[in-house]
Design a protein around this ligand. Structure first.
Ligand code: GAL
Length: 754
């Protein structure tokens, strides 16, 4: 750090916090640390069982403390404490003095510390009193909600040390996207606490994500007191690569601001793209794309929301690369920045919305909701992946004044994105740019979707998207019987097909990606909504393949028959009709030693979706063979062909027996610097590596080395599989995770922690 030219420094402070789950009187002013346990962030205020718990358990007021020692040469600087997310209300104290507070668990906030900081002390004690009760003055609370919000300082915290003038935020607006020569309008929000006035120099460096420099320039901007907004333009940018779902090209913008002897530097990532919902559908960079998505809750077993970066990122990977979606809705709140950053990197589009669920509170509550709109947009406006702001409380009734306001707030902050607002009441007033509707009409019999005009009640088409379907209409567990799984899968497929067929429906976001813990008033009584196409461990149900099979076979060959392959699992027996989710040109089905028979995808039944399933019926396999009771049962082989080349084979066993236990971790290298975690999935499989769906088995997990298991160490295998996460402890080394089954022995995997 040069004299007088100190740039910002950002210190992560996520390790070695002190925590007490029970708030006691005067804790905010007490400097006592006795009786506190040491914890790292992200942190869940209470670790929960998998299911059947009392959801009041985490609705508590708890207390966190952190002894902060700032470098001595920072005296005279501006110091902010930055919280990424604290559920639901945080009051912050420094050495017992009140420093600030924040309402709302899903958006970040900053608390200024330097004015209270005592430089004579070796350490200054930060206290955060965290109220995780469901306070009716803060959205989403006040009514019933179908999810849990958990509690604690569940996202990261950092300290920012700045000079008296620094860049608080930057908004990058890309211009002339479809022209050869593009432009950028860069809005700088400068916090001028030194009341420096006059011209500041701003140096701008634009580069590709890989570091290749694209453009460099410098500008003089006028600074005023307070928080100042100024704009600079970069014109005539050549050779720019657009961001899209197949090639998510990202750019970095580095800004250096200097005035007098003060300097600050700020960088951000963004992309060049143009997203537009029209009455004829959705366009990305002028190319029409049918949106195919699922809703995501940011919740996990045991730790609720408190998962670190890697695990947040993994969800985006699963949605994009396993489920092959092009869109996710962050139902029903702004989600982790790590998740969104990964969506940018992967080319996964995002519909982000404010916290809320059906209930609208009083005036004070609405003010918090409007504040949420602001905080969400100001945090996330540079993400190319975000294509729509959700500015309505999910499924709330009309409230014209309120929603006129939330739309106004959004448009004033960001005129480059459209607004949506998710509703379930037809004919509701449209203040948003896109009519986003939860269409649960399909009950297995009723047609899959309503027409847009039936829903909107308007006499013209408007930009329109279906934001939920299925869910509570047909809850299905990963270990449910085959017939239910098939109907579950087909319901998703039918609605998806209908969305594809309707030109004036921009796309479909099914309910939902992953099972989630919920309140007693919802779900299956065990505090779980089994609404996911994957379970809480992100292990696929058959319905997952309704989505994943819609990808081009060049990307991944998909062939998944919706069956446990048994003569007597279904009512009456047999496996017909056998739905095979696939993106192959055709499949060949071979029963026992019979001649293989060719089956083409059933495009007559599913005219909309890119890759209809192949459906095996009695013309392929005779009732006297696989169809009826009392005949011998045999293996089957299903082969998938693309351009007449065999690309995928699946073999189903006539007599499955436990043959192997597969133990796989998502990562083999973790970090000790901050809390890190990875998932391990255990699968009990037959001779052909297919899951044993009805196996009754317990596995024991034991760990040696510097990682900690989240949740219990004895796990019940369900539907042939189970998952768990392990987290790091700020210690480097090698860890060994051993999984032991009674019938399949034990397997170990190793993790390196750097
Ligand atoms: C919707 C709601 C979702 C979820 C879903 C279940 O009404 O928006 O949060 O509860 O129902 O199907």
């Amino acid at each position: 750090m040069g004299m007088g030219m100190i740039m910002r420094s950002i210190l992560a402070i996520n390790n070695d916090w002190y925590y007490k789950s029970q708030y006691e009187q005067d804790m905010e002013t007490s400097l006592e640390l006795g009786g506190f346990e040491r914890v790292n962030l992200p942190h869940a205020n209470v670790e929960l069982p998998y299911n059947y718990f009392d959801e009041k358990a985490f609705q508590i007021v708890s207390c966190y403390k952190y002894p902060l020692s700032l470098p001595k040469d920072c005296r005279g600087k501006v110091v902010y404490m930055h919280f990424e997310g604290v559920m639901t209300h945080a009051s912050v104290y420094l050495n017992g003095s009140y420093a600030g507070e924040h309402k709302g668990g899903y958006t970040p906030f900053d608390i200024r510390l330097d004015e209270l900081y005592n430089w004579e002390l070796e350490t200054n004690l930060i206290t955060v009193v965290v109220d995780s009760t469901e306070r009716s003055d803060i959205p989403p609370f006040g009514g019933q909600i179908d999810y849990l919000t958990y509690g604690g300082i569940y996202r990261e915290v950092s300290i920012g040390i700045y000079d008296k003038v620094f860049i608080r935020n930057v908004k990058i607006e890309t211009k002339n996207i479809l022209k050869k020569s593009k432009a950028l309008a860069i809005k700088l929000f400068v916090e001028n606490l030194g009341n420096l006035q006059g011209k500041a120099n701003v140096e701008v460096l634009l580069s590709e994500r890989n570091g290749i420099e694209v453009h460099r320039n410098s500008f003089l901007v006028d600074l005023d007191e307070g928080v100042d907004e100024c704009q600079i333009m970069l014109e005539d940018l050549q050779g720019i690569k657009l961001w899209d779902i197949d090639e998510p090209n990202l750019y970095e913008l580095k800004l250096s601001l200097s005035i007098a002897d003060v300097k600050d530097e700020y960088s951000c990532t963004f992309g060049f793209r143009e997203a537009c919902f029209t009455p004829e559908g959705f366009y990305l960079n002028n190319k029409k794309i049918k949106l195919r998505g699922l809703n995501r809750h940011q919740a996990y077993p045991y730790v609720g929301y408190a998962m670190p970066k890697r695990v947040q990122e993994k969800d985006a990977d699963i949605l994009k690369n396993e489920l092959h979606l092009n869109l996710v809705r962050t139902s029903h709140y702004p989600q982790s920045k790590h998740f969104l950053n990964r969506c940018d990197e992967l080319g996964l589009l995002v519909f982000e919305e404010i916290p809320g669920w059906q209930h609208i509170g009083n005036t004070e509550w609405k003010e918090v909701a409007k504040q949420n709109v602001k905080e969400m947009i100001e945090r996330d406006w540079n993400h190319p992946s975000i294509i729509l702001w959700g500015v309505r409380i999910n499924e709330s009734p009309d409230d014209d004044e309120f929603y006129e306001e939330t739309n106004k707030v959004a448009r004033e902050l960001d005129s480059t994105r459209q607004t949506g607002g998710v509703r379930c009441i037809p004919n509701s007033r449209l203040f948003e740019d896109v009519y986003t509707f939860n269409d649960f009409v399909h009950d297995g019999v009723q047609p899959p979707l309503r027409s847009q005009r039936e829903v909107t009640g308007l006499d013209r088409d408007v930009p329109y998207m279906v934001t939920e379907c299925n869910g509570h209409m047909y809850p299905t567990k990963r270990f449910d019987q085959e017939e239910r799984q098939m109907e579950h899968s087909l319901r998703h497929l039918r609605v998806l097909d209908a969305a594809y067929k309707n030109e004036n429906i921009s796309g479909l976001i099914g309910w939902c990606a992953f099972d989630y813990n919920t309140h007693k008033d919802f779900g299956s009584g065990d505090r779980i909504c089994y609404h996911g196409v994957m379970d809480m461990f992100r292990i696929s149900k058959f319905a997952a393949y309704a989505y994943s099979s819609q990808v081009a076979p060049e990307v991944e060959a998909v062939l998944e028959p919706v069956t446990y392959w048994a003569r007597g699992e279904r009512s009456i027996g047999g496996i017909i009709p056998l739905v095979v989710f696939t993106n192959c040109d055709y499949i060949e089905f071979q029963y026992g030693e019979n001649e293989p028979k060719r089956i083409y995808p059933s495009s007559e039944c599913y005219e909309g979706i890119p890759y209809p399933p192949a459906i095996i019926d009695f013309s392929v396999i005779k009732p006297e063979e696989a169809g009826s009771w009392g005949m011998i049962w045999k293996d089957a082989v299903i082969r998938g062909y693309f351009r007449d080349k065999l690309i995928v084979v699946k073999t189903l066993s006539e007599a499955p027996i436990p043959s192997d236990m597969l133990v796989e971790a998502d990562d083999s290298l973790l970090s000790s610097a901050q809390k890190d975690a990875t998932r391990v999935v255990v699968k009990l499989v037959d001779q052909y590596k297919n899951l044993l769906p009805f196996i009754d088995e317990i596995v024991k997990v034991s760990i040696s080395g510097p990682v900690k298991l989240q949740g219990p160490s004895e796990l019940v295998v369900k539907g042939g599989a189970i998952g768990f996460w392990v987290e790091t402890l700020n210690i480097q080394g090698e860890a060994e995770i051993t999984v032991e089954s009674r019938i399949l022995g034990q397997k170990s995997i190793r993790l390196s922690i750097e």
